[in-house]
Ligand binder design. Structure first.
Ligand SMILES: Cc1cn([C@H]2C[C@H](O)[C@@H](COP(=O)(O)OP(=O)(O)O[C@H]3O[C@H](C)C(=O)[C@H](O)[C@H]3O)O2)c(=O)[nH]c1=O
Length: 182
């Protein structure tokens, strides 16, 4: 497994070693020892999976209490995955990083607690799997709009349609009015 800190160094792009043979491939997608050494001492308590179709955008989500670290990957298709630093004391407060995650590149992204997370589906369909460091806590869920002008995220949008959002995401707040982490 290779671990590469991104422009916001707490966000880490992980590239598994792929063992390909005539049957297909094998890869280790996560090891506690390597993750603890290279990323940090986190425990995962919940695994999630979602499926979306082309042009769907989920996010930008975070839990203001019970903040979740997320180790995310795409098992089918491709998405543009975004993490936004919501830690007020961070030098990268309000900054974002984005990467393409796909079943082709098989990469994983570590999104630490303190970040908002979202993704935009680039392929016909995408299955998205992730491990979380805390449990789902709907009361503390918050959403910032994907198109917030201050965050100014450069989503690789299709020109033929606006992103498809859930009502919750349509009703997201602005970054300037969002609750953030101390
Ligand atoms: C997140 C979650 C949701 N749910 C239920 C609540 C709803 O009835 C249904 C769909 O939830 P939601 O529309 O919030 O799902 P997403 O839009 O995919 O939200 C997720 O997508 C973005 C990208 C994230 O980073 C978060 O993990 C999460 O907010 O699943 C659960 O039962 N447990 C959960 O952990």
């Amino acid at each position: 497994m290779k671990y590469k800190p991104l422009a916001i160094p707490d966000v880490v792009l992980m590239t598994p070693k792929i063992f390909a043979d005539q049957r297909g491939f094998f890869m280790e997608t996560w090891r506690a020892d390597g993750f603890k050494k290279k990323v940090g001492d986190y425990s995962f308590v919940q695994d999630n999976c979602s499926k979306s179709t082309r042009g769907i955008l989920r996010g930008l989500h975070y839990q203001i209490r019970h903040p979740q670290g997320k180790l995310v990957r795409v098992t089918s298709g491709a998405v543009f995955d975004v993490a936004v630093d919501l830690r007020k004391t961070s030098v990268n407060f309000g900054k974002w990083v984005g990467v393409v995650l796909s079943s082709e590149n098989k990469q994983l992204l570590w999104v630490p607690p303190g970040f908002a997370h979202g993704f935009y589906v680039l392929s016909h369909e995408a299955e998205f799997e992730y491990k979380c460091t805390d449990y789902y806590n709907p009361e503390s869920e918050r959403c910032i709009r994907w198109d917030d002008p201050v965050l100014n995220i450069d989503w690789p949008l299709f020109t033929d349609a606006q992103p498809v959002l859930s009502p919750k995401d349509e009703a997201g707040t602005s970054f300037n009015t969002a609750e953030v982490y101390p």
